[in-house]
Ligand binder design. Structure first.
Ligand code: SF4
Length: 205
């Protein structure tokens, strides 16, 4: 029992979210304890150029999000999590179509968050993959950063797992998913497979 919500209710919600994630286009899901999520300072270093251009460019990218130290405390307040992934061919991921796969992760994370909140888990939070700047505002400045403006996509945009320091590679391996290192200069034809992952954190009142 957590608060006035039973473990059975939490598990039921997670099972429903699994089905919803698959219905929305996820290739696979895993229900995981939040203690399984490793948050590491080195991961945020990978958000910096030349590995990623999003650093400092959006309100949802480091250093404009909570630090890994803060994220460790933040995540410990959630009662469980649902990891989901979308399998994608490396060739597609490296093509202009790859952005649509990133966008799909944001859409699934947002939809799951809304559903979980609607089920009474009002502090639930979905996390995406990559940078919302590249996905939604690639050729325009981040409105949320400019003059304290509002995000153009408030329901969809959110930090990625890696922006908070989550070691997605380790998490995917720990749940039994095949994952390969992919860098900007990788040859897609030499990579056996690719995937993008998102996360739903189930939060109580
Ligand atoms: S305005 Fe664009 S770049 Fe800025 S937080 Fe929103 S989606 Fe991300």
């Amino acid at each position: 029992m957590q608060g006035n919500i039973s473990d059975k209710e939490i598990h039921f919600c997670l099972q429903e979210m699994e089905a919803q994630a698959v219905g929305l286009g996820a290739s696979d899901t895993r229900i995981i304890p939040t203690g399984m999520i490793s948050i590491e300072e080195d991961i945020v270093e990978m958000c910096k150029p030349p590995l990623c251009d999003g650093y400092g460019q959006s309100a949802n990218c480091p250093p404009n999000v909570m630090s890994p130290k803060e994220a460790r405390t933040w995540i410990s307040d959630f009662c469980a999590a649902l990891l989901f992934k979308i399998d994608v061919s490396p060739e597609k991921l490296f093509s202009p179509e790859g952005l649509y796969v990133f966008k799909k992760v944001y859409i699934i994370a947002s939809e799951l968050e809304t559903l979980a909140v609607g089920r009474g888990f009002v502090l639930s939070k979905g996390l995406g993959a990559g940078s919302c700047k590249e996905v939604f505002c690639s050729n325009i400045p981040c409105d949320a950063l400019m003059n304290h403006g509002k995000c153009r996509y408030p329901s969809l945009a959110r930090p990625s797992m890696e922006a908070l320091g989550i070691n997605v590679f380790r998490l995917a391996r720990d749940v039994g998913w095949e994952i390969h290192t992919i860098l900007r200069n990788s040859n897609p034809l030499a990579i056996p497979g690719a995937m993008l992952a998102g996360l739903l954190l189930i939060g109580l009142k």
